[in-house]
Every structure is written in C-alpha cells, then in structure tokens.
Design a protein around this ligand. Structure first.
Ligand code: CAA
Length: 261
C-alpha cells in the first residue's frame, strides 16, 4: 500500500515502525466529508494490519486538525436516510484500531474533529490548538462520540458547559483537565508525536496491544470486572516470549531484543 495516493490524506511509513497520517483537505479546514473518511479508514486499516507498524500518528495542518463533520455535505440530509444508514456510525472503526494511536492536534479540533482526536489513544496538543463541540450552534448535537468521550475526559460540568454553549477550549486548559496528555510548541508537535510513537513502537507489539486493551477496559466496565480483566491480560503476558526476554534483559542489564511474540 505504500505507493498509494489519496485525495484527502497523505501518509508515510517511517523506517522505525511508525505510520504518519496527515489529513489534507485545506479548502475546508480538513472538514470530515465521507470521501475523507474512506481515505482515512483505508490507510489506518492497512497500517493496523501491518505488523511492522507499532504506533500511528494522526495529524492535520497548522490551522486545523479538523473543523468537524462537513456541514455542507450534511445540511440537506433527511432523517430517514440518517437513521437507515446509521450516519456517522462508521467513524467508530477508527477508535477500534488495535495499534496505539496518537492524535497530534494543531489548530482547530471542533465537532467531529475533536471527536476524531478523542478516538485516538493519546492526544498531544500544539500550543495554539483549540477544542470544541460547537454543534449546538448549527442546531444539532455531537454525533461521533463528543457527548460521551468529552464528558469522560473533562467531567460533567465543563462538558455540559462546552456542549451547551459551543465555546472552545484552549490547549492549556485541555491539558489541565486531562483531555490532552501534553502541550508542545506547535512547530515541534509532529516531531514530538513521532518521537513518542517511536518509543511505543520500540516495545513488544503484542504487549503494547494488551496494555491498550487493558486501559480501554477502564471506560467500559465496573472496577471489579476491569481489575479482573487486567489481571487476566497480565497473566497472558507470561505466555509470550517477550515477557521472558524483557525480564531476562533486565537481569542481564541489556536492551531487550523483542520477538513480538
Ligand atoms: N464543514 C464544511 N466546511 C467547513 C467546515 C465544516 N465543518 N469548517 C470550515 N469549513 C470551510 C468554510 O466553509 C470555509 O470555506 P469557504 O472558504 O469555501 O467559505 C473554509 O472552510 C474556511 O473556513 P472559515 O472561512 O470559516 O475560517 P475561519 O478562520 O473564519 O473560521 C472556524 C474557522 C471557526 C473553524 C469556522 O470555520 C467554523 O466555525 N467551522 C465550523 C466548526 C463546526 O461547527 N464544527 C462542527 C461541525 S458538525 C459536527 O462535527 C457533527 C458531529 O458531531 C460529527
């Protein structure tokens, strides 16, 4: 797939096992039209299946990560079609990717753009990034997870305020509230995200996938079930060669040579 070209996204596979996907629809501030979804889904699915890729970075432009679902494409839709196609449900496929994902957000991450960033495992923000769920100003509400993931990330009071007023949140506040993991000077953002992704790709791939699954369970289950799920996954790491390798390497004071199995 490495030579493929897409209209709305560019991508690269770094030799150190990281996939970089750049949303590229500048004329609409990277608004997430259906064709863009198809491109993004195709690239990310191919990267997810590529065992040489240990982490994926998703970014946009300096001005916009993505300014939301495409308002012009949506405006004339009628209810029966939205319901019968389960409009926007397909975006959940991006959240279901098993490879660890990092959203590197510069500029606007609004509506579907904020929701797309929140589908990634880690959000790194450039210092000029702005987040928001301004759908209410268009006479609609979040439809790609904003009311759920934003609320889990920043808590009910602030999520309610943002979703009911449509106001934006700056990078520093997003960081203080736990929506993003770190704020980085915008010109260093993509390099920083690639460096973080490289660190993850340098781990045992199956173990990183298990770690991701364990953390995600925290959002889906009760504490007791989540703790049991974590323990079972932890036990299962002892079935891998990489657990033996990692612990031997520690004792022998050397760098582990992962077998990824
Ligand atoms: N859909 C379609 N086109 C969009 C867009 C969107 N979400 N956001 C921006 N654009 C287009 C603009 O129409 C404009 O195109 P033209 O030059 O052809 O007029 C171009 O991108 C540049 O945008 P602006 O001129 O508006 O740029 P600005 O700097 O003045 O403002 C902005 C930037 C504040 C982000 C403003 O563009 C904006 O408010 N965008 C819409 C944000 C929004 O409401 N997002 C939520 C969408 S609904 C949704 O996402 C539902 C869901 O939950 C899935």
């Amino acid at each position: 797939y490495k030579g493929l070209k897409y209209d709305n996204c560019n991508f690269e596979v770094k030799e150190y096992g990281v996939g970089l996907v750049t949303i590229n629809r500048p004329k609409a501030l990277n608004a997430l039209c259906d064709a863009l979804y198809q491109d993004l889904h195709d690239i990310i699915t191919k990267m997810d299946k590529d065992e040489k890729i240990g982490a994926i970075v998703l970014t946009g432009s300096d001005r916009a990560f993505a300014a939301g679902a495409d308002i012009k494409e949506m405006s004339d839709k009628i209810y029966p079609a939205t319901y019968s196609t389960d409009m926007l449900a397909w975006w959940e496929n991006i959240a279901k990717v098993r490879t660890p994902t990092i959203a590197a957000v510069n500029g606007f991450a609004l509506g579907g753009g904020c929701e797309l960033a929140m589908m990634c495992d880690i959000i790194l923000a450039g210092d000029k990034a702005q987040f928001g769920q301004p759908e209410i100003k268009l006479g609609t509400i979040p439809g790609m997870g904003g009311s759920q993931r934003f609320t889990r990330a920043v808590g009910k009071a602030r999520a309610m305020e943002m979703i009911l007023t449509g106001d934006f949140m700056k990078a520093d506040e997003a960081c203080t509230r736990g929506l993003v993991s770190r704020v980085v000077p915008s010109e260093e953002l993509v390099d920083d995200a690639l460096k973080t992704a490289k660190k993850i790709a340098g781990m045992s791939r199956p173990i990183a996938l298990l770690a991701k699954e364990a953390v995600n369970a925290a959002f889906e289950t009760t504490l007791d079930t989540g703790l049991r799920f974590e323990r079972r996954l932890f036990h299962s790491t002892f079935a891998t060669q990489d657990q033996k390798e990692g612990m031997s390497a520690f004792s022998e004071k050397r760098t582990p040579a992962w077998k990824h199995k």
